[in-house]
Design a protein around this ligand. Structure first.
Ligand code: PLP
Length: 388
């Protein structure tokens, strides 16, 4: 698998801590100060200064953006008020008549805006199995302007081949965006594989403590960067300085948190895979996962999220298990230090039509775990107890 060294030679954890940060020149403060301000005093009425109004630029936001850019090996990163507003900014690059091609299983909120919001502006979305690159190649029509792929996907952990898809996208002039939320930049850097833009819900692993909402886009192209900078600054879909400050603090420990998330998730996946009451485990780290080989090729490790189905009891059986869990809080979201459990069919993917849920394979007896960084003995005991 790949290593985490950037061309500059600096390792990932070093960049996570130092990128975008210098001690404050005015006070020596080691941590860059929180610029909780909407506006900046001008030195004269015609001065052209870096900071004028926080919607356009804010120093605390800039620190977070530089950190995320560095971790994705990108020239630029832009931070948004949420993952959804980052997605919205990308779709605003399109025009009426344009089409989006995307995966069958997606973050529920992404599906919802693709289905409910953009058709009004003449932007349609089609859903295909993006893990099969030959299907994607067949679906690339003239109207297609955006290929949107989540890998690993939510909630079934399907993996799509980033370098192969980026080749098809380049040949047909299609913008290729990867939602990298599940992997985090620690495990996967889609720009390396040829993606045009990487999108993150910073709300999840990057900030890591379930205490803020934020989105980000990372990219290399100058022109796209200019267009997206205008979109977020003009529309005001930017995060507040306090959230940027907290996100930067979270990012500093991303590598140690991810190591532990991955280690714990691997143990949970192995345990569930052997469990007599479990029908199937969806985790790209398991050798029988249908996309294990692609995952091994493009990821540094397999992540902290997994899903599984139970053999008996259907929805009622799921409810019993959820009620018995102690450390896994029943909640949407993921990527925080604490373990969370959800029932995709009724929670995160309730927006899916029944038919689309069936096509994607999101069944009633599916449970998704965001494995936290608690002690593994407690996590395993909790799940064993709930399944017994
Ligand atoms: C949470 C999430 C989003 C949306 O991000 P918000 O910060 O909640 O707006 C998008 N994609 C994935 C994969 C997510 O998990």
């Amino acid at each position: 698998m790949k290593t985490n060294t950037e061309s500059s030679g600096e390792e990932f954890s070093t960049r996570a801590i130092h990128a975008g940060e210098v001690p404050d020149p005015h006070t020596g403060s080691v941590v860059p100060p929180l610029y909780q301000t909407s506006t900046f005093a001008k030195t004269s009425w015609d001065a052209d200064e870096e900071y004028g109004y926080s919607r356009l630029a804010n120093p605390t936001r800039r620190v977070t953006e530089q950190k995320i850019a560095s971790l994705e090996g990108a020239k630029y990163a832009l931070c948004f008020s949420s993952g959804m507003s980052a997605i919205d900014a990308v779709v605003r690059l399109l025009a009426p008549g344009d089409e989006i091609l995307t995966s069958l299983d997606l973050y529920g909120g992404t599906y919802r805006v693709f289905e409910e919001m953009y058709p009004r502006w003449g932007i349609r979305t089609r859903y295909v199995n993006t893990s099969d690159a030959s299907i994607v190649a067949r679906e690339m029509t003239k109207k297609l302007k955006l290929l949107w792929v989540e890998t690993p996907s939510n909630p079934l952990l399907n993996v799509s081949d980033i370098s192969l898809l980026s080749r098809y996208a380049r040949e047909t002039n299609t913008l290729f965006v990867v939602d990298n939320t599940f992997a985090s930049p620690y495990l996967q850097n889609p720009l390396e594989g040829g993606a045009d833009i990487v999108m993150h819900s910073v709300t999840k692993y990057l900030s890591g403590h379930s205490d803020l909402l934020m989105g980000a886009l990372a990219l290399n192209d100058d022109d796209l960067h200019q267009r997206l900078s205008k979109i977020y600054a003009y529309h005001g879909s930017v995060p507040g300085p306090m959230d940027c400050f907290l996100a930067s603090r979270g990012i500093k420990t991303l590598s140690v948190r991810m190591e532990r998330h991955v280690e714990n998730a691997r143990m949970v996946a192995n345990m569930l895979d052997q469990h007599p009451k479990v029908e199937r485990v969806y985790y790209p780290g398991l050798p029988h996962h249908p996309h294990h080989e692609i995952a091994k090729k493009q990821m540094r490790d397999f992540g902290g999220i997994l899903s599984f189905t139970i053999k008996k009891g259907g929805y009622e059986g799921v409810k019993k298990i959820l009620a018995k869990l102690n450390y896994f809080t029943l909640a949407v979201s993921l990527g925080g230090v604490e373990s969370l459990v959800c029932h995709p069919a009724s929670m995160t993917h309730a927006a899916y039509s029944e038919e689309d849920r069936r096509k994607a394979g999101i069944s009633e007896n599916l449970i998704r775990l965001s494995v936290g960084i608690e002690d593994i003995q407690d996590i395993l005991q909790d799940i064993e107890g709930a399944l017994s």
